[in-house]
Ligand binder design. Sequence first.
Ligand code: FE
Ligand code: FE
Ligand code: ZN
Length: 277
Amino acid sequence: MLNIGCHVSSSNGYVKMLEDTIYIDGNTFQWFTRNPRGGAAKELDMDDLNEFLKLREEKVFGLLLAHAPYTLNAASDKEETREFAKEVFKYDLGILEKIPGSMYNFHPGSHKGQGVEKGIELVSEILNEVIDENQKTIVLLETMAGKGTEIGSNFNEIRKIIDNVKYKDKIGVCLDTCHVNDAGYDIVNDLDGVLKEFDNVIGLRYLKAIHLNDSMNERGSHKDRHEKIGKGFIGLEAIVRIINHPLLKHLPFFLETPNELDGYKEEIALLKESYNE
Ligand code: FE
Ligand code: FE
Ligand code: ZN
């Protein structure tokens, strides 16, 4: 079975996210734990959450993926920004302990001129402060496009962060197809080669989720602009190879394409049609 869903709006609560996912024929979803641009977390509505957890039992739902705000930068040169990142991590991971079967994805961050090595050191430090040995939630580092001073746009940088993390069973990677394309990896003509490199450098056992997006830009552009499935430089054929690849096909796939729910519904129908059970 293809495990697929999309990024849904969290503004109306958990039950609504489940309903939206059922509407588009998905069986998992990704959501922002708070406003993507940062800011305070909304008060958690326990009735809504409990109702959601009950409803989820009745449906077949895969692993869910929470996404930290874009503005979170654990590699920042500013102490207050790193402090904010730490607070957000702690708070969000606390909530996710109440939602079994969820993972937490974040952007490794931007080093802002301090250099990649320093950035890696700062992110790792915070991860070690916020990851608890007994937590159930796995924290995922997202592969990035390499815009500006972003870290995590090559597998070596991700590997170095993982190397520094103490509780390695609590850390994983979310591969974003638009980002890796924009970072320069040739997933269109050499998917096997890219996965081999991922395995050699990071280890495929760390790969826990895929952000399935086409890209508005050519490979190596370092742009990070998502396109609808089949409408960009990655193209439908390559995307169909990704969802069917024996090393990937069991993973949860999350669409982050520029769509409303009806557009996601169409993409999911198309991808299910192209999926070999
Ligand atoms: Fe992301
Ligand atoms: Fe992504
Ligand atoms: Zn992106």
